[in-house]
Design a protein around this ligand. Structure first.
Ligand SMILES: C[S@@+](CC[C@H](N)C(=O)[O-])C[C@H]1O[C@@H](n2cnc3c(N)ncnc32)[C@H](O)[C@@H]1O
Length: 631
């Protein structure tokens, strides 16, 4: 056995199940496990990616023999023999495994999975990514399901029957906890294992102790002037992120911050006025640019008056420079960051700033910006990716602080094209694994467990009712307008408007909305918020409004009563199905974030990168920041 990280042959294909698992777990004497990629070459099956970790962690050198005992699923128990051919028992202090546990391999693996993953190095990140892919693979039917087809395609039939029959009688508030890892004792063991594994594979969201991790983070509460117009969530985000960005700016000694996707400039203004950095705010919306300028002018006036009053001779901080431009490539972002700071309020939309053209050509050396930090608060889709790539490609960008969002907007490499600059995947590691997401998975990655669990029972139930109506309406379309169905019609924001109507109704006549509620019975299974009569009449209203939104005539032989009756028998399953599916969201988001992290880790030791949950997740669930700087 050579201690190389190269692929090693495991045996002939015929000894393995078909299809071959993507990865297997190598489990050693002490219960430690390594996830390793499996590949077929010719008739042989090899261990490839991740094998090098096993080699390294076990100090394997020439002359050692390994014995692999296969459970015929995807676990290999590995025994290491020394030079004298005696098996080596290696003790590892962090894991204690009862011998009895070996009788139930699943139990051992399940226990080890909690807090198992880390991403401090490229190898660790890769191991985590492989574990996620491996776990998600059997659930692709759930990820790719379009829930509007719930009744039409009888989607619940694809899910473990035991899970569905248990969850259909479960209290809604418990069902809503599934995406956050909540399980009940009486649930089937396989369902509990599913929820626990999802939790252990998801990047933790508890707010990090920033003061302990980052140098010089000085969180200053925002004054009423600076926070004017911000809601609670925005105030929290800007308060935390501005202090983090400022600490990074100081640590790399860059004079300028570029706020990418700046919106109405909240972050940019706090960085200017409170932290006294010179700031450029880029956004594609000219309206946002104007609002940013007007707001900054008001704040500046206030600061100037205060300084005059206090007699401090200090110069009032500059307002952020606003640039209106849709950033579509690293070349564009590089060019924009070369814009001289003196020239304020630029609108490059429709100007001749093409991809690849650098504005630095027309800027004098004196005004050319030098080092800077890129910051983005919820920069949508590919914009966050462009920021990370620009950081890598442009020496002047000394650091980047990126919090992404709207993964649904990410561009993705399809199997046919070889797009090297797609939003997903970014890292060479993930590209080599060839795991594509697709639109439904990217949509799902936007689901937040915290939002889901904080919905509360009534809002949760209304949500599920709405999904029932939409899915039942799909049956109506399928029967009367199959040609429209083929165009994947969207009925837009009908759902939200309808929910508001329902909420008003529930405030005015609570009994009408929840006629089945028994005061003595706190268990209200799914699908029982309203009497059948109320539900049917609400469904009719929903359909009439949906027809009008789609500009469709009501079919003559429309029998909504019959459609609702057909659907109603299964409405109790929609909440469980939706929640089980939503539980995959945080893992999918983790995969996207780990891909970005690994892209940076792949660039070598000259870059220091961390991934941290920086906001309180109940206030701002999309809270993971990737912070990278040049050393
Ligand atoms: C989710 S908002 C965040 C706004 C702001 N950072 C905040 O948190 O208040 C995303 C912003 O990015 C802008 N944006 C999206 N794509 C862009 C692009 N390609 N180039 C520039 N701005 C973009 C949008 O106009 C929007 O204002």
């Amino acid at each position: 056995m050579a201690d190389t990280g190269e692929a090693i042959p495991l045996g002939f294909e015929e000894h393995f199940p078909a299809p071959l698992p993507i990865t297997v777990d190598l489990l050693d004497y002490s219960g430690r496990s390594w996830t390793v990629r499996v590949k077929k070459r010719g008739e042989n099956v090899f261990l490839t990616l991740g094998w090098e970790n096993f080699v390294k962690d076990n100090n394997l050198e020439d002359g050692k023999h390994l014995n692999f005992i296969y459970d015929r699923q995807r676990t290999f128990y590995v025994i290491i023999f020394g030079h004298n051919m005696c098996s080596e028992f290696r003790s590892f202090p962090q894991v204690v495994v009862e011998v009895d546990d070996y009788e139930n391999g699943e139990e051992v693996i399940g226990k080890m999975k909690s807090n198992k993953y880390s991403c401090n190095t490229r190898a660790e990140t890769l191991e985590w990514i492989i574990a996620i892919i491996d776990f998600l693979q059997p659930f692709s039917f759930l990820i790719n399901a379009h829930v509007v087809n719930f009744f039409k395609d009888k989607q619940w039939e694809a899910v473990d029957e035991e899970w569905m029959s248990c969850l259909k009688d479960e209290k809604p508030e418990n069902i809503l906890l599934i995406p956050s890892g909540g399980v009940q004792d009486h649930w089937p063991a396989s369902l509990k294992e599913f929820v626990h594994t999802l939790r252990s594979l998801s990047f933790p969201r508890e707010q990090a102790d920033l003061q302990a991790i980052l140098a010089d983070v000085d969180m200053v509460p925002l004054s009423t002037v600076l926070s004017q117009g911000m809601n609670l969530k925005k105030k929290h985000e800007v308060e935390v992120l501005s202090s983090v960005v400022s600490s990074v700016v100081k640590s790399v000694g860059a004079p300028t911050v570029v706020d990418v996707g700046a919106g109405q400039g909240y972050l940019a203004q706090v960085l200017s006025f409170q932290y006294k950095h010179s700031v450029v705010a880029i956004d594609s919306s000219s309206h946002h640019g104007k609002v940013t300028d007007a707001r900054a002018a008001r704040i500046r006036k206030h600061f100037a008056a205060q300084m005059r009053k206090s007699g401090s001779g200090n110069k009032c901080p500059d307002v952020p420079m606003t640039i209106t431009c849709r950033v579509l490539s690293t070349e564009m972002l590089k060019a924009l960051t070369d814009v001289p700071l003196e020239k304020n309020d630029m609108d490059f939309n429709g100007s001749s700033l093409d991809e690849g053209q650098s504005r630095s050509q027309s800027s004098s050396d004196a005004t050319r910006s030098c080092s800077l930090v890129l910051a983005g608060l919820h920069a949508c889709g590919d914009l966050s990716v462009t920021m990370l790539r620009t950081f890598m490609e442009c020496e002047e960008v000394k650091a980047v602080v990126s919090i992404g969002c709207c993964y649904n907007l990410l561009s993705e490499k399809s199997s046919e094209d070889s797009c090297s600059k797609c939003g997903y995947p970014m890292s060479a590691g993930l590209k080599s694994l060839g795991f594509s997401l697709g639109k439904n998975a990217r949509d799902l990655a936007c689901q937040s467990a915290e939002r889901w669990s904080s919905l509360g029972e009534d809002a949760g139930l209304q949500n599920f009712e709405l999904h029932s109506f939409r899915a039942a309406f799909q049956m109506v379309l399928s029967k009367h307008y199959p040609e429209i169905l083929a165009t994947s019609p969207s009925i837009g924001r009908q759902g939200k408007a309808f929910r508001r109507q329902q909420q008003r109704k529930s405030i005015e006549t609570p009994a009408a909305v929840d006629t089945t509620r028994k005061d003595t019975d706190n268990k209200k299974p799914m699908g029982q918020t309203s009497s059948n009569f109320d539900m049917c009449s609400s469904f009719e209203k929903f359909c009439l409004s949906a027809f009008s939104r789609l500009n469709l005539e009501h079919p003559r032989d429309l029998d909504l009563n019959a459609t609702w009756k057909e659907a109603d028998a299964f409405t109790e399953l929609i909440g469980p199905y939706w929640s089980i599916r939503a539980a995959l969201g945080p893992v999918l988001e983790t995969l996207i974030l780990l891909d970005r992290l690994m892209f940076l880790q792949e660039q070598g030791d000259s870059i220091k990168v961390v991934m941290l949950p920086i906001f309180e997740p109940t206030i701002s669930p999309r809270n993971v920041a990737i912070i990278a700087r040049r050393l």
